[in-house]
Design a binder for this molecule. Structure first.
Ligand SMILES: NC(=O)c1ccc[n+]([C@@H]2O[C@H](COP(=O)([O-])OP(=O)(O)OC[C@H]3O[C@@H](n4cnc5c(N)ncnc54)[C@H](O)[C@@H]3O)[C@@H](O)[C@H]2O)c1
Length: 293
């Protein structure tokens, strides 16, 4: 099957990045959000990223304009009905994802391949809401999508092997390095990363060190590009909270349980960089300062 048109659902942190790399790879790209404001916000983010690439001399003005011209923002799900592949990047909650895919299943032709960017749900439980589990995979990108080179391509026991290989190639066409993963909650990266991030919060709660000292320890002592609290703020504390709940439910292991401090911060609306506050305060985005928690 020749993939020509790609649909993305959700134009937040991840969906906007996925839409950008899809358009950069030459695909006609339609991205759906729930309101015109959110469509505009997502598209503005893409325009800003493309402008930065022009400034750095990575792409020309002409390429920027062509790329931008390939992305269409919409609020109606119906506009996704003629896509060859649809990648979902909406809120990390199973009922919302199942409802969306059940709707798309009724709208799209039988050849359309569905993919979820879920971080922690199993692909099987999302695909079960459709009548096409054989044409369903996980495509798990990393934040920020235009920069991070990995995509985990996830197969379930029901995924058609030909569809799976097509999605591995699609990941490569988006400029990513695909790795193959089976459908176990968190796949490869989050199975290892999530307990580490939650342990950093537990260390903070237990007074082992401050936000800044724990971040510096992992950066300078382990050579990580950023510390766990900076990374948590990038990922989104709400998203991390949902992920931990889902992984705890799946594995019933304490290492996946959400620490109370994470829950309190989510309830307070401190969702990290995207809301201006998390473990750091981003009032001055160039100089984040640690919150006193
Ligand atoms: N944040 C990360 O680092 C990261 C990394 C990999 C995967 N993910 C996964 O990607 C998904 C999205 O995460 P995010 O960080 O982009 O969240 P986000 O909160 O930035 O964006 C989610 C967007 O989806 C929109 N949305 C909700 N329901 C919708 C619907 N029915 N149709 C269209 N849009 C809808 C919301 O309005 C919101 O703008 C989640 O499943 C998350 O687990 C996140």
């Amino acid at each position: 099957m020749a993939i020509q048109k790609v649909g993305i659902v959700g134009c937040g942190l991840m969906g906007s990045g996925i839409a950008q790399v899809s358009a950069q790879a030459g695909f006609a790209t339609v991205v759906r959000e729930v309101s015109p404001d959110l469509v505009e916000k997502g598209l503005k983010g893409i325009e800003k990223n493309l402008a930065r690439l022009v400034e750095k001399g990575t792409i020309t003005e002409a390429v920027r304009n062509e790329t931008r011209g390939r992305v269409k923002g919409v609020t109606s799900v119906e506009e996704l009905k003629d896509c060859d592949v649809i990648v979902e990047a909406i809120i990390e909650q199973l009922p919302a994802k199942r409802e969306l895919f059940a709707l798309l299943d009724g709208l799209c032709p039988s050849h359309t391949i569905f993919a979820s960017n879920t971080s922690s749900l199993t692909i099987t439980e999302i695909a079960a809401a459709t009548k096409r589990p054989q044409r369903f995979v996980g495509l798990h990108f990393f934040n920020p999508v235009p920069v991070m080179r990995l995509v985990e391509v996830v197969r379930t026991i029901a995924t058609d092997p030909a569809v799976y290989e097509e999605m591995v190639s699609f990941g490569a066409r988006l400029g990513k390095t695909p790795v193959r993963a089976n459908d176990s909650g968190g796949f490869i990266v989050n199975r290892l990363l999530v307990p580490y991030l939650l342990d950093a919060i537990r260390a903070l709660e237990e007074g082992v060190g401050s936000v800044v000292d724990i971040d510096n320890s992992m950066k300078l002592g382990c050579g990580y590009p950023m510390g766990p609290f900076t990374l948590l703020d990038f990922v989104g504390l709400d998203t991390t909270y949902y992920i931990s709940q889902i992984m705890f439910e799946e594995f019933k292991e304490k290492r996946f349980a959400a620490p109370p401090l994470l829950k309190r911060m989510v309830l307070a609306g401190w969702h990290g960089k995207k809301t201006g506050r998390g473990f750091y305060d981003y009032s001055d985005p160039a100089n984040p300062t640690a919150m006193s928690l």
